[in-house]
Design a protein around this ligand. Structure first.
Ligand code: FES
Length: 123
């Protein structure tokens, strides 16, 4: 498969507004990483599951990234707050923004776009 062929991630219906994320695995700069996809204001977004404070996964409760308002992504470790649509750090001990992964939503399916730095896991 060509590295720039979008990779199927999930059905559109699996991503509800401000709801649980859909996790997936990627290789980022040669390192295996978890990633997650969410829906916010109708659009799908995905990021590496790696906080900018300490390189830890953000969710303690699996796939729960949104705060109670459904407006912000939270790191459960020390409370870094990220904007769901850009991944930009907006509060707490974050240092910069989350690594964004481009998604394509069409025909009821969400796919992610590999890049030179972001590759699919080869089993
Ligand atoms: S590891 Fe995320 S806020 Fe500290």
């Amino acid at each position: 498969m060509s590295t720039d062929t979008p990779i199927e991630l999930c059905a559109s219906a699996e991503l509800s507004e401000g709801g649980l994320a859909v996790p997936f695995d990627v290789v980022y700069d040669g390192e295996s990483c978890r990633a997650f996809a969410i829906r916010f204001e109708g659009r799908v977004h995905a990021y590496l599951n790696r906080c900018t404070h300490v390189a830890m996964e953000l969710d303690w409760q699996p796939n729960r990234f949104f705060d109670d308002t459904g407006q912000w992504l939270l790191c459960a470790s020390h409370g870094a707050v990220y904007a769901p649509d850009t991944g930009e750090g907006v509060a707490g001990p974050c240092q910069g923004g989350l690594v964004k992964i481009e998604l394509i939503e069409a025909d009821g399916t969400v796919r992610w776009q590999p890049t030179e730095r972001l590759q699919p896991v080869v089993f």
